[in-house]
Design a protein around this ligand. Structure first.
Ligand code: F6R
Length: 262
């Protein structure tokens, strides 16, 4: 595992975008796993800038990590009131790069048959040849995607109940501003599993801010446990790169970091 620590959020965004751009240049038809949330927004802005300079997304295939159950993109609403992860991805990235619509895959929060949908999502990832590079954030309860504490490291794409911590964080960050009450926000999501994520050939995990410091140190340097599903990074067999700002890295034991670059 390589850990890169940068001073500020802008620098982790640039660093992550460069890493993703290198992957796309090396393999123009890369299968990329995308994340939503506050963390990757700067990275996506930087990817849009790189696209304006010529970075070509026309052959990449995208698979998103997760979507709230019961929620779909609603273009009749302004973006600020549409909290679907579908809308997020179009507004924060896909509308501004030359990715082909047919190459975009997100879990369907409106599916009538979630179980069948989850199987078909796993099949689609396999048919695409597996994920070359998975982008990840980390939740304050240690989740990757919506793999909440207790999720098995073998878990596949499925419906997951969100924890109180996740509901609180996502309410504050997104749903509150959109005029929803806490009860109105969705309590379930479709999420790729930890097993699905661990099969990606490479991963980058991003985290910023002091509120992530404790969970980052637990995930990277604490016991490997499904109570912190991101701690599975310690048993991950592919190429893992963690990009942190100084605040998120503040509780790491420097003696234990495998490789650190600033
Ligand atoms: C989003 C996702 C989540 C977030 C995590 C951190 O697709 O899978 O695991 O990465 O909740 O969210 P932010 O970046 O908002 O702190």
């Amino acid at each position: 595992m390589k850990v890169i620590i940068k001073k500020e959020y802008e620098q982790i965004s640039t660093c992550a975008a460069e890493y993703i751009a290198e992957q796309i240049k090396r393999k123009p038809n890369s299968v990329i796993g995308f994340a939503t949330g506050g963390t990757p927004i700067g990275t996506y802005r930087e990817l849009i800038r790189l696209h304006k300079e010529g970075l070509d997304f026309s052959n990449i295939i995208a698979f998103n990590l997760d979507e709230y159950l019961g929620v779909g993109m609603d273009l009749s609403k302004p973006y600020s009131q549409d909290q679907s992860y579908h809308r997020f991805m179009y507004e924060e990235l896909f509308n501004y790069i030359n990715i082909k619509k047919e190459n975009i895959h997100l879990p369907d929060g409106l599916t009538k048959d979630p179980e069948e949908f989850c199987k078909s999502y796993e099949d689609a990832i396999k048919e695409a040849g597996g994920i070359d590079l998975q982008i990840l954030g980390i939740g304050r309860d240690g989740h990757w995607a919506f793999n909440e504490p207790g999720s098995s490291f073998d878990s596949r794409t499925r419906v997951e109940k969100l924890t109180k911590q996740t509901l609180d964080d996502n309410y504050e960050a997104f749903y509150k501003n959109a005029g929803f009450s806490r009860e109105e926000m969705p309590h379930y999501a479709i999420t790729m599993g930890i097993g699905t994520i661990l099969e990606a050939r490479s991963i980058i995990m991003l985290a910023n801010g002091s509120k992530k410091a404790e969970v980052v140190s637990k995930a990277l340097q604490g016991p490997v446990t499904n109570q912190i599903t991101a701690s599975s990074i310690q048993i991950y067999q592919g190429t893992a790169t963690v990009i942190l700002d100084e605040d998120a890295a503040a509780m790491l034991d420097e003696g234990k970091i495998v490789a650190s670059v600033s």
